[in-house]
Every structure is written in C-alpha cells, then in structure tokens.
Write a protein that binds this ligand. Structure first.
Ligand SMILES: Nc1ncnc2c1ncn2[C@@H]1O[C@H](COP(=O)(O)OP(=O)(O)OP(=O)(O)O)[C@@H](O)[C@H]1O
Length: 249
C-alpha cells in the first residue's frame, strides 16, 4: 500500500433547507486503503457518499479526488473519473447469467450491445474468471443471477464493481439481510480487495466492521466524531455516548 492521498474531503457542509446533514466534515483516504464509516441513523453517512458521487452538491467545502476537484462535475463524469458505488440492494441483471452480468461490467464501452455481439476480448474473459474466483461464484457461471442467494447477489455486484476498475469503491451496507456466515465472507472479500483497490464501506453491523480490521471513521451529526482502529474508537467516550453505548449496538 502506498501513502498517496486519493480522496480529500475538506470542510464539507451540506444544508437541506437549513438542516445541516454534513457539518464541516473532513476526511482523507489513502490509495489502497479500506475504510469503514459508521455512525447512528441520520449521522450523514449516505449524504457523505452522495457528495463524493456528485448526487448531492455541498453548500460549502471542497472534494479533491486524484488531485482534481469534484465540485460542479456531473455524476456520470465523476463515475468516469473512477468513483464506483454499490448500493444497499443489489442492482444486477436478474435474467442474465453470472457470466453475462460480469461481461457487461468488464465491457468497454459499457453496453448490453457488447454482450449481444459477444464483443468480449480474451483478457476480459480472463478478468471475469478471476472475479468469479474472488467472489466464490465459479460454480455459478451459468446460473441466472436471479437464482442466487442474497449474499451471492451482493458478491456478484461487488465483482461487477471491481470489474469496472474504479479507483475508489463505495460500498453501502453490503451485509444487511445476510447470514452470519455470508457476513464474514463479505468482510473477508472486502479485506482482500483492499491494497489493489481503495474501498469505503458503510455499515451498522459492528461484528462485520470489526472483521474488516480497518480504520474506522465515526460520523455523528454530519461530522467526524472520531477516527482510528476499532480498538481506538471503542474506547472513545464520545463514541460510546452517541453510538456504541446504545443497546442495538
Ligand atoms: N434530501 C434531503 N432533504 C432533507 N433532509 C435530508 C435529505 N437527505 C438526508 N436528509 C437528512 O440528513 C440527515 C443525514 O441523512 P443520511 O441519510 O446521510 O444519514 P445516514 O447516516 O446515512 O443515516 P442511516 O444510517 O439511517 O442511513 C438525516 O437527518 C436526513 O433526514
């Protein structure tokens, strides 16, 4: 892993008709880093992702990605610059096979036409094989994506995201609704992707976050309350008061 900063959020404020969803949020990410972002409901986690992807325009502040400001850029331009996002519920093509879904993700330009024309190069087929192994779906290549378990659908979508080779992967609540075993496998998968990939993961499941073994940013009321290893944040009284001390955590 190198120490190059990939993403820099500086004093980001987002106001929704006067309500501050983000309030002078500062956060830096290094290339190759895996970062967990946690915090109580309404802390601003989704808004934080929305600012990076360009869905929400900050009222104040600056977002620097690969040395360039993202402010004022359209969502698709930011995606093209190398920001990929996985939403909470899988957005896969249920009627296509696992292989076909991955063919779409690695095809350039991205279009189902490339799939219909079987416009897939050898190196892309190799990449698909590699991705299927990473997410443990090699036995399911010809299965319709719709027939996969919820966990397998999540992994397929993660593989599709990796296949697009983004410089930054944003992963929103990947383990909601997964079994304990699937949750552990998802943590191991995301861990294995870091180094090569820079990954931000948002979730509420503390066992999952612990297993990621990454640095954690705790958001509260639109700002970073605490940052550090799981050990560090668990001992922080502010974090205990606003988040970890609550019975559901
Ligand atoms: N478009 C909007 N208009 C007004 N308020 C909004 C809008 N989007 C979000 N908010 C408010 O901003 C705050 C932060 O919301 P956000 O969804 O970012 O929190 P979160 O940490 O992702 O919460 P959760 O864990 O529940 O998903 C919340 O109080 C929410 O109600």
């Amino acid at each position: 892993m190198n120490n190059k900063v990939l993403l820099n959020l500086i004093d980001i404020t987002v106001s929704f008709e006067g309500f501050l969803a983000l309030n002078k949020l500062n956060l830096n990410l290094k290339k190759g880093e895996l970062r967990a972002v946690i915090g109580p409901n309404g802390a601003g986690k989704t808004t934080f992702l929305d600012v990076i992807t360009g869905k929400v325009k900050p009222t104040k502040g600056e977002v620097i990605f690969k040395g360039k400001s993202l402010l004022g850029r359209k969502e698709h331009k930011i995606a093209r610059l190398g920001v990929g996002r996985k939403f909470q519920s899988p957005r896969i093509f249920e009627n296509l096979t696992v292989q076909e879904n991955l063919e779409i993700s690695v095809s350039t330009p991205k279009s189902p036409l490339n799939l219909i024309n079987k416009n897939i190069k050898d190196e892309q087929l190799n990449e698909i094989e590699r991705l299927m192994k990473i997410v443990n779906l090699a036995q399911k290549v010809d299965s319709k994506a719709g027939s996969l378990s919820h966990g397998q659908k999540q992994w397929l979508e993660i593989a599709m995201l990796v296949g697009q080779k983004p410089d930054l992967m944003l992963v929103d609540e990947p383990v909601a609704g997964l079994t304990d075993e699937e949750t552990d496998l998802t943590a191991d998968l995301l861990k294995s992707l870091s180094g090569e990939n820079t990954v931000v993961v948002i979730d509420h499941d503390m066992e999952f976050i612990r297993r990621l073994d990454s640095n954690v940013s705790v958001l509260n009321q639109g700002t970073v309350l605490c940052e550090g290893t799981m050990e560090t944040i668990q001992k922080d009284q502010k974090v205990i008061d606003v988040y970890l001390g609550r019975p559901e955590n």
